[in-house]
Design a protein around this ligand. Sequence first.
Ligand SMILES: [Zn+2]
Ligand SMILES: [Zn+2]
Length: 246
Amino acid sequence: MRLRVLGSSSEGNCYLLESRQGTLIVEAGVSISHIRKSLQGGLKCVEGAIISHRHGDHAKSVADLLASGIRILAPHDVFASIGAEGDPCARGIEKGRGYRFGDFKVMPFEVKHDVPCVGYIIMHPEMGRLLFVTDTMTISQRMPEHITQVMIETNYADDILERNIESGAMPVAMRKRLMFSHMELGTAKRLLQRMDLSEVANIVLIHLSSANSDEERFVREMAISTGKLVYAADEGREFNLSLEPY
Ligand SMILES: [Zn+2]
Ligand SMILES: [Zn+2]
């Protein structure tokens, strides 16, 4: 299983999970041409797409993917906001349900953003269980056991945000917006410390703010806090998420 990062910021988020059999698109916040170009087997290899919420940096290409016949799982308002509720490929999330795309199984769970938003547990025989969480102030649910991979938002650090507000680089209102809609580094560290990480191979930090984060420091602090291999999801990067490398 290979993870490829097509984008991971407020400019656009999109990840490809490529198994031997097919690809799952996670978020569609980059242009359809970027997605098409990056799909090595073309659109026919895509098992489906899963979207966390309706903001453009996550859902920009939903209409184009539906038009290409790709099955998409997302909160209902993602489809309602573009008038695509009746599309045969649009699947609105029902609470407590799991879904299957080829050999991928996904279980959505609600998170706290400023619009309806979900995280996902993504399961595949090649990879085990991936926790995917973005655009949320925190997670309140208990996470299942046997998580093997983590992709988690670390949008900002309190001290960097404070410095930017004091210097006038960020408006004061940004503090409240971020506090209630995005994940702070310390929150992410505490969440992961509460989880059983014994089977986790990699932690990939996603959706870092360009102004309020520090990639090198976030990776270092998360590695110290968890004792795991930690990476940042820079655009163009690839990661091997296989249980057994091939
Ligand atoms: Zn976002
Ligand atoms: Zn958002």
